[in-house]
Design a binder for this molecule. Structure first.
Ligand code: NIG
Ligand code: FE
Length: 399
């Protein structure tokens, strides 16, 4: 991934593949990536431990999943059945299913139970070679319950081998037990929740679902202004069923605009002209049965592109990032370079993490090792080939 641009289309010939390579690590970081014999001599001088891999292997940077909702309890299998029988995501939400039913289940769970659920799901992602995981709150929807979830993410992050990056999604939808208006709810969260997030260091990131069933661009404006004033970074659930979210993301210089399934020419043009990273969530398209994010058109217009799992109980229950990214690639005609960039350094940019996603000196020693001679098999096998080893911060954590 070294030397590739943050934005725009990429050809596979641009991938820098080093054959017969070695990685020299020091602590959590990569010291050098080079020809194995050269590094072997270097390692002998340093009396470093050498691990030689016997079979044909491909080593990639650890994947970065920039959008998950894995801090939830319960299941929404019933919603899935209803959707497949013809009800829409919004109809189900309006009739008491949807996000609100997961809120009820998540409120029942203790902080410790949530820690276990997050760790279990994070382990599943680590086995796929994912070494950095963003985790949103958003199934608490009052001050105390949002704090419970964010504290659970923080605790899980101390135990988890992968880096967990938390995001506050108190603006997921208006909770059904809140009697005030949308604006009053957002004001309450900004006044009472934001200061505690700061004081406890629970998150640096604020997200909002901008949609007819959630919050409008007008309602979110002062919430985002407050968040920015307090030094939070922003990310947006944008243009999933109707547009206007990406406009907000660009106006507020959010790190990323995620979903974008219904973005049109104008939205694509605005995103491409900005530094906002568009994030495709093919798992949500597969879970709902709707169009994919126009990834090809975004890249061709000059935008960046990250790809994330959106793992959540409602719209994206699968939690298999490489399967989803590979399927997106076949429908949107993405090169392997574009897929891998979207799962590595471009995803890192969506989180403001510049120390990962590239296998080169000075980056974190986070990587996945696949038993294959062909890099292309990773997407070709559509997620059916998991890495045989996963390393995070210079430590072998899986395989
Ligand atoms: O990213 N779009 C809003 N939020 C989630 C779905 C959450 C849910 O249905 O529980 C998403 O798709
Ligand atoms: Fe989401």
């Amino acid at each position: 991934m070294e030397g590739l641009p943050l934005k725009g289309a990429l050809r596979d010939s641009e991938l820098k593949v080093i054959r017969h390579a070695g990685i020299l690590m020091e602590g959590e970081m990569i010291k050098a990536v080079d020809d194995f014999e050269i590094l072997q001599r270097e390692a002998a001088k340093l009396s470093a431990t050498i691990i030689a891999l016997k079979a044909d292997m491909v080593v990639t940077p650890g994947w970065i999943d920039v959008h998950t909702h894995i801090a939830f309890a319960g299941t929404r299998a019933h919603d899935f059945g209803l959707r497949n029988a013809g009800s829409s995501y919004l109809e189900i939400a309006e009739s008491g299913g949807g996000i609100w039913s997961t809120v009820k289940d998540t409120r029942q769970a203790t902080e410790e139970e949530l820690v276990s659920l997050i760790l279990e799901r994070a382990d599943c992602l680590i086995r796929q070679g994912i070494t950095t995981i963003e985790v949103k709150s958003g199934y608490g929807l009052n001050v105390g319950e949002e704090l419970k979830i964010l504290r659970a993410i923080q605790k899980a992050g101390v135990i988890c081998k992968a880096t967990l990056v938390s995001t506050c999604l108190a603006a997921h939808t208006l909770p059904k037990d809140y009697t005030g208006t949308h604006v009053e709810y957002l004001e309450l969260m900004a006044n009472e929740l934001f200061p505690i997030l700061k004081a406890e260091g629970l998150t640096k990131r604020i997200d909002a679902f901008i949609e007819k069933s959630a919050f409008s661009k007008e309602q979110i404006a002062s919430y985002f202004t407050r968040a920015k004033e307090m030094g939070f970074e922003l990310t947006v659930h944008a243009d999933q069923f109707s547009t206007s979210g990406s406009e907000v993301a660009v106006a507020f210089r959010a790190r990323s605009a995620d979903h974008l399934e219904c973005s049109g020419e104008e939205e694509i043009r605005e995103l491409a002209a900005s530094d906002v990273v568009p994030v495709a969530l093919p798992g949500a398209s597969l879970g709902i049965g709707c169009a994919f994010t126009p990834a090809r058109r975004l890249l061709d217009a000059g935008a960046s592109l990250a790809i994330a799992s959106d793992w959540n109980p409602g719209s994206a229950p699968m939690g298999q990032l490489m399967t989803q990214a590979s399927i997106l690639a076949t429908f949107e005609k993405l090169s392997n370079a574009e897929v891998f960039a979207g799962l590595t350094f471009r995803a890192g940019a969506a989180l403001g993490l510049e120390d990962r996603g590239i296998l080169a000196s000075g980056y974190r020693a986070d990587f996945a090792i696949y038993e294959t001679a062909h890099l292309e098999e990773i997407t070709y096998l559509q997620g059916q080939m998991n890495p045989v080893q996963v390393w995070i911060g210079g430590e072998r954590v899986s395989g």
